[in-house]
Design a protein around this ligand. Structure first.
Ligand code: ADP
Length: 480
C-alpha cells in the first residue's frame, strides 16, 4: 500500500495546470511516524500566487456560465477517478498525516461524498419567481460568487478540500487552494485528478509555501471574491480582518472545545464506545473531537472505569501496521501540548485511569489517556488536539449545560441519554453548531457542518453548503 501512495506523490505545486517543481529544495514534508522526509514542495511567494489568482479570474467567465450539468458531470468524473485511486490516495494521506491506513481510506471515501453530493447540487441551482407589488415579476438566479481562495488544514487533507471545492465548482466558482504545508501531497494528487477529469486548467491552482505570504496575497486581491478557511481561531480571525478591506465573502470553520455529556439514564456501554469513536479519530486531532466529558455523578466512576478499560486496549502504531487505531501526532509541539494539558488536569486533582505519558514507540506517539476529576476550565478554553479524555462529574442538568456553554467555542457537542424530552431540551439550548445525540460520529456530506460563536460561521456540506458559493441575483421584469 505504501508504494501505491508514493506513486501518487508529486513534488510540485500546480498553477493553472502547470507543474512548478520543488527540485529537492523548498519545504520538506515528513512522515510523522518516523520524522523521515517524504519529499519537498516548492516555497512559492507573491509572484506565483498572483499568477494563480489571475488564472482563476481569467477562467471564471467561462466556467461560471457553463452548463451546470456539465459541471456536475465533471464532479462525477473526478469522484470516479478518486474511487479508482482509493488505496493510493489513502496511503499517500497516511504517509504525510500519520493516520492509520484504513482510517485514511475512510477519509478519502468521506471526502468523495462531498463531490458526489455537490454534483447533485449543481443540478439543483434553482431560482424563484415572485410577483411584485410594483406589478413586476422578480426572477432570482443563484450565481457563482467569483474566484475563491481556499485555505485548508492538515488533519483532513482530502475532506477539508473537497468540502470546499465540491460546492465551489458546482456553483461555477474557480479556486486557488493553499493546503497545509504538513500535508500538501494529498491536495496536489487530488488536483491532478481534477485536471485529468476535465477541469479547465485555470479553474484550480494549488499554491504551496509560506502561509502568511500566500494568505496575504489571496486576501488582498480584489479579484478573489471569497475566502473559505478551515483552521485555528487565531488565524481565522486574522484572515477575516485581512478580507475586510475588499469585503470578501468569508466562511470560517475554526476550533472547537466540544463537550460530551453522559446522563445516568444513558446506555453506558454505548456512551463509552461512541466516546472512543469520536475522540480517537485522527488520534484526537479533529475540531469536533470531544474535548471534555461530563458524566452525571452517580455513574461517573462506572463510566470512567469502563472507558479506561477500553481505551487501554487501543492499538497504537504507525499507519501501515495491521489493526492500528491511533497513530502519531502531526508534529512535536502537538505532543508537548497533550503533555501540558495532562499535567494541568492532574495538578488540579485529576486522576490518571489509563495512559498518562508519551508512548514507548517514542517520537510523536502518545498513550491514549483517560483522567477523572480536576478542573475543566482549561478544556473549555483550549482544544487538546490529542488522545487525552478528561472526565468530570456533574450533579444537575442546568449545571452541566452551563458548563458546556461556558466557552468561547461552539462547534460540536454530544449528549447521551435515553430521555427524549431531555435530548430535545438540551439539543436546543446547547450553544454549538452541531449536537450528536447518542452518537460520537456526526460528519457526513449530507449534514450541515459548522459552528457558532468563535468556532466560526458558514455551513459546509448538506443543502446549505452551496449557499456559501452563490450570490442571489434578482432580475425584475416589467411586464407590459
Ligand atoms: P493548525 O493549528 O491546524 O495548523 P492553522 O490555523 O495554523 O491551524 O493552519 C490552518 C491552515 O492555515 C494551514 O493551511 C496553514 O498553513 C494556514 N495558515 C496559517 N497561518 C496563516 C496565515 N497567517 N495566513 C494564511 N494562512 C495561514
Amino acid at each position: 500500500a505504501r508504494q501505491a501512495g508514493l506513486k501518487l506523490l508529486r513534488q510540485h505545486a500546480l498553477i493553472a495546470g502547470e507543474a512548478i517543481a520543488a527540485n529537492g529544495t523548498g519545504i520538506a514534508v515528513d512522515d510523522p511516524a518516523t520524522g523521515e522526509v517524504l519529499g519537498h514542495i516548492p516555497d512559492l511567494g507573491t509572484a506565483e500566487t498572483g499568477r494563480a489568482v489571475q488564472a482563476a479570474h481569467d477562467a471564471f467567465a467561462d466556467w461560471s456560465t457553463s452548463d451546470p450539468h456539465k459541471r456536475a458531470a465533471f464532479l462525477r468524473a473526478w469522484a470516479g477517478l478518486i474511487d479508482d485511486h482509493l488505496d493510493g490516495l489513502g496511503a499517500l494521506m497516511a504517509l504525510e498525516n500519520g493516520k492509520p491506513f484504513e482510517e485514511a481510506k475512510g477519509e478519502v471515501t468521506y471526502a468523495n461524498g462531498f463531490l458526489k453530493w455537490f454534483a447533485g447540487e449543481a443540478e439543483r441551482l434553482i431560482g424563484e419567481s415572485q410577483d411584485s407589488p410594483l406589478g413586476h415579476v422578480i426572477l432570482t438566479f443563484r450565481q457563482a460568487v467569483g474566484p475563491c481562495a481556499l485555505i485548508t488544514p492538515w488533519n483532513f487533507p482530502a475532506a477539508m478540500l473537497t468540502r470546499k471545492l465540491g460546492p465551489a465548482f458546482a456553483a461555477g466558482c474557480t479556486a486557488v487552494v493553499k493546503p497545509a504545508s504538513q500535508t500538501p501531497f494529498t491536495a496536489i494528487a487530488l488536483a491532478e485528478l481534477a485536471h485529468e477529469a476535465g477541469l479547465p486548467k485555470g479553474a484550480l491552482s494549488v499554491v504551496t509555501g509560506d502561509a502568511a505570504t500566500i494568505g496575504g496575497v489571496l486576501t488582498a486581491s480584489p479579484l478573489i471574491r471569497k475566502l473559505s478557511f478551515t483552521g485555528s481561531t487565531p488565524v481565522g480571525r486574522k484572515l477575516a480582518e485581512q478580507c475586510a478591506p475588499t469585503l470578501k465573502r468569508v466562511s470560517m470553520e475554526l476550533g472547537g472545545a466540544a463537550p460530551l455529556i453522559v446522563f445516568a439514564d444513558a446506555d453506558i456501554d454505548l456512551a463509552v464506545a461512541e466516546t472512543i469513536k469520536g475522540k480517537f479519530r485522527n488520534s484526537g486531532q479533529t475540531c469536533v473531537c470531544p474535548n471534555r466529558v461530563y458524566v452525571e455523578a452517580s455513574v461517573a466512576e462506572a463510566y470512567a472505569e469502563k472507558l479506561a478499560a477500553e481505551v487501554a486496549k487501543i492499538p497504537v502504531g504507525p499507519a501501515f501496521e495491521d489493526g492500528v487505531k491511533v497513530g502519531p501526532l502531526i508534529e512535536d509541539k502537538a505532543v508537548d501540548k497533550v503533555e501540558d494539558h495532562l499535567k494541568q488536569v492532574t495538578a488540579s486533582g485529576g486522576r490518571v485511569l489509563t495512559g498518562g505519558a508519551r508512548h514507548a514507540l517514542g517520537g510523536r506517539f502518545f498513550q491514549p489517556t483517560v483522567t477523572l476529576g480536576g478542573d475543566d476550565a482549561l478544556f473549555r478554553r483550549e482544544e487538546t488536539f490529542g488522545p487525552l479524555i478528561p472526565v468530570f462529574a456533574f450533579e444537575t442538568e442546568d449545571e452541566v449545560v452551563g458548563k458546556a456553554n461556558d466557552s468561547d467555542f461552539g462547534l460540536a457537542s454530544y449528549l447521551f441519554t435515553r430521555d427524549l424530552d431531555r435530548a430535545m431540551r438540551i439539543g436546543r439550548r446547547i450553544e454549538a453548531g452541531m449536537c450528536g445525540v447518542n452518537t460520537g460520529l456526526i460528519s457526513t456530506a449530507v449534514a450541515p457542518f459548522g459552528g457558532v460563536k468563535q468556532s466560526g460561521y458558514g455551513r459546509e456540506g448538506s443543502i446549505h453548503g452551496i449557499d456559501e458559493y452563490v450570490d442571489v441575483k434578482a432580475v425584475t421584469l416589467a411586464l407590459r
